[in-house]
Design a binder for this molecule. Sequence first.
Ligand code: GDP
Ligand code: IMO
Ligand code: MG
Length: 470
Amino acid sequence: MVFATAWHPLLGSGRVFCYTPVRPRPPTWAGRGEVSIMPVIAVIGGQWGDEGKGRVIDLLAENAEVVARFSGGANAGHTVVNQRGRFALHLVPSGIFNPQAICIIGNGVAVDPASLLEEIATLQRAGVSTERLYVSDRAHLVMPYHQLFDQLEEERLGQSALGTTRRGIGPAFADKAARLGIRLADLQDPKDFLERLAPILELKNAILTKVYGRPALGLEEVHTRYLDLGRQLRGYVRETHLLLQEALDQDKRVILEGAQGVMLDVDFGTYPYVTSSSPLAAGAAAGLGIPARLDRALGVYKVYATRVGAGPLPTELDDDMGAALREWGKEYGATTGRPRRCGWFDAVAARHSTRLSGFTDIALTKLDVLDRCPTIKVCTAYMLEGQAITTFPASSAALARCVPVYEELQGWLEPTQGVRRFSDLPPRARAYVKRLEQLLACPVGLISVGDSREQMVQRRTFRWHAAPAA
Ligand code: GDP
Ligand code: IMO
Ligand code: MG
């Protein structure tokens, strides 16, 4: 453990220490061979989403200059509870409560323009300024047929449905990859937009009517509606990658806001029970138009596991304990209100996600929810066909056959919501945190003990990297 002196503050004051000196980074040659370091931190969900990313970002963003969302869409629901009230953000970055910070919705986000306008209006009604909110002109739009296809496909799949949020996210990203997407920039000129929309809608209508037996959508209606939405959003649209590149050149303090969680990643999650973009830290560069370089990646993990929608969840509890975790943790989706499936912390999945995103720090959330558990279990391996495994299987069918191997720890049976210092946590709560830290092989810097901004044990004071003196 070393003390770092050449840093400037992100959070509060106090002495700063880190486990290891800053890792050697790939050098950027700046004339005479100096190394420049960008003060950039990504905040990423380490599980199946809903880890509490929004509340962690709200706290860190108090001292940030830019907060940028890079993936997902309005499927996300990021809850923030602060002095302004309680908010469920879907597209707007959780840094919006810092009036000094620029908030960016990057090119990697699928933007439902009506949903974005509604969210902006809700924030404005609560007195939150959206003057520094910008959305990328390259962001793809969620179109009315995307939402329709999402719902129709889920209905068609019946028992095998994925349990999507039905926000049109899968079809929007599918169209992006198929080069059938429509982007915010396409709304600038009514004639250009019509030329882009007409052949695409023709295909979508053929599928709607012939495959699903539904009525076609009217070209004029969709054209007029989206032109109007585009007009209302015009003041927010920018070449956001340029804003970000400039911010990085100036060593500004930037938070890259993840949506969903690593276990919902389209490549490394529990495919096909995943979302359709990449929630990994690696997704941030492509989703924002910046180089793939990060100073720190903060992984957010709930101290137990939850998931909404279908797909394997190895540690799921179908018993009273699962129901109790749901009740104590108020585990209902921030976007759809669906009850979340609950289970014990899965260290096999967590190690998979920590390695994939290269986390340098961990935030643990909802420690208080375990206050009433007499014993707490942690899954440290899976039994699959008679063999103990500690790596995460690619096949969801195989994963569904995995039986968790548990380690049992004693609960602390004391309230923690009022605790603010690590040393004031009950010894068994500290032991649980330290065990998770050991299993994740990554330092736990933040531990939340309640849903509001101040209910946070700041075990490590986070600081931005400062650029080295010239
Ligand atoms: P996100 O999508 O990762 O931002 O997480 P969500 O907002 O969807 O879900 C997290 C839920 O847990 C929200 O309802 C939060 O208000 C709540 N929450 C976050 N941290 C804590 C905590 O430390 N304790 C408790 N009891 N609730 C928390
Ligand atoms: P945040 O950012 C939890 C889940 C859905 C479904 C699967 C695919 O709040 O953590 P989609 O609508 O993306 O096609 O659904 O992914 N899902 C989430 N679960 N939190 C989220 O976001 C999620 N976004 C998508 O429930 O299982
Ligand atoms: Mg959420």
